[in-house]
Design a protein around this ligand. Structure first.
Ligand code: PLP
Length: 440
């Protein structure tokens, strides 16, 4: 079947069996990572690795330097405040003012151990805020681990794929869920992992208006903050600003991760920005459940305290320094990550020249931006089959099935693909297409 493939079918299949993966198309990101590691080790050949969103750039040096200095000052010995060190809270409030044009007090800006911990705590709080509202709604496609968090928490969720509900069509679709009265929160990422679509102001207004109407908390995951490279969001205090639901509702929690924008994934440091009004709101059911006071203090003093008692002290100093430099106009963090968009342009072209098609193609009337991820399909193949077949050609990715998408295709991440690998990628895609186009 794959007689022209650069990787031996026997070896790939043997490793799939060894890891007890029943269907590579349904494997989690980390399972694909483990599988490819084993095949690379056995064959001594490198894959084009597109399965995991690892930053492919060095960490922002301003952060590294500040962290070293903080460690030399002895912060490792000292527990940080559970709601974050003061300078970080202040720079975070400045950052959202400078780069989103929204006003939040430092109190409502809270560091977390990656956005993963932020969403975990927020899901717990939102899911217990009101007795009748215990279902989280995901606007998919989305980041698979957040569903895993729901599972770990034992909380209920529903989801729909936004593919066919863009623009005005979003309102009736969303309202159908919210009007049932059991939705506590709505979650989405913008730019979107995996599709790289960007919800527009019109769509965010719909989400914000309905959140106000139905008393629902909006969780806006900005892991790829400012990385819609079609516009220049890099100047502090100057428009344009990335669109955000915070312009239309005060029911929001924003998640800003340092992992991608500052290539700081290893230090697990992010920010949760809660609107001042949501922060200080009293929810009697939440107070009963966790014994805290208002919404924000329950998250910090009850949940984050119980989970990790705060975020790594030196990492907080790193984040403080990176935010300060960005706020002062001395660090153009968006310029640093533009490389992802440049690589995506080339990689997408290679796929498209070899029989593939984009899945999520447009933001209403505009083509999606080139960025960290894109979604791609091959005629006559389900997403799961495509993941499995590409493995024999030394290309690893995850199926859209894993992301709540109802479309057939895969998510390809460009961050880890090296420019030196473009020629290999092209050759492997040509072989793939030469083989499978005969079966169309
Ligand atoms: C949409 C989204 N949210 C959150 C995260 C995780 O962020 P962190 O590394 O800060 O935990 C990622 C990482 O890939 C992501 O894509």
């Amino acid at each position: 079947m794959t007689e022209n493939s650069p990787f031996s079918k026997e070896i790939v299949d043997e490793k799939i069996k060894e890891l007890r993966i029943s269907d590579p198309g349904k494997a989690t990101i980390r399972e694909i990572v483990a599988l490819v590691n084993l095949v690379e080790e056995e064959t001594g050949k490198k894959f084009i690795r597109m399965e995991m969103g690892v930053p492919g750039l060095p960490p922002a040096q301003i952060g590294v330097q500040a962290e070293i200095e903080a460690l030399n000052r002895g912060v490792a010995a000292i527990y940080p405040m559970v709601d974050g060190i003061k300078p970080l809270k202040e720079e975070a409030a400045r950052f959202v003012k400078n780069f989103l044009h929204i006003e939040v007090s430092p109190r409502s800006c809270i560091p977390t151990v990656g956005s993963m911990q932020g969403t975990f705590a927020a899901f717990m709080a939102a899911g217990n805020a009101e007795k009748k509202k215990n279902v989280t709604l995901f606007i998919d496609p989305g980041f698979p681990v957040q569903k895993q968090q729901m599972q770990v928490l034992g909380q209920k969720y529903e989801s729909f794929d936004v593919f066919r509900f863009r623009g005005k069509m979003l309102r009736p679709k969303l309202e159908k869920y919210l009007s049932k009265g059991n939705i506590c929160s709505v979650v989405y990422s913008n730019p979107n992992n995996p599709a790289w679509i960007c919800l527009t102001d019109e769509e965010l207004k719909i989400i914000g208006d309905l959140a106000n109407q139905y008393g629902v908390i909006i969780m806006e995951d900005l892991a790829y903050f400012g990385m819609d490279f079609r516009k220049d969001f890099s100047k502090p205090g100057e428009p344009p600003y990335p669109p955000t639901v915070a312009n239309y509702s005060d029911q929001y929690i924003l998640f800003i991760s340092s992992s991608k924008i500052f290539s700081y994934a290893g230090q697990r440091c992010a920010l949760m920005i809660i609107s001042d009004s949501l922060f200080s709101r009293d929810y009697p059911h939440l107070q009963q459940r966790f014994g805290g006071t208002d919404f924000g203090s329950t998250i910090t003093q009850r949940l984050l305290y119980a989970i990790s008692s705060g975020t790594g002290h030196s990492a907080q100093w790193a984040l403080t320094a990176m935010l300060k430099a960005a706020n002062d106009g001395q660090f153009n963090f968006i310029d640093d990550v533009k490389e992802y968009g440049e690589k995506a342009k080339v990689v997408k072209k290679l796929f498209l020249e070899n029989g593939f098609d984009m899945v999520y193609k447009k933001d209403l009337d505009q083509p999606v931006a080139d960025g960290f991820y894109f979604t791609i399909s091959y005629p006559g193949m389900s997403g799961n089959q495509l993941v499995a077949n590409l493995l024999y050609y030394g290309i690893s990715a995850i199926s859209l099935d894993n992301t709540g998408s109802r479309e057939q295709g895969i998510r390809a991440c460009v961050s880890f693909v090296k420019r030196e690998q473009f020629a290999d990628l092209e050759q492997r895609l040509k072989l793939f297409h030469a083989h499978f186009s005969q079966m169309l």
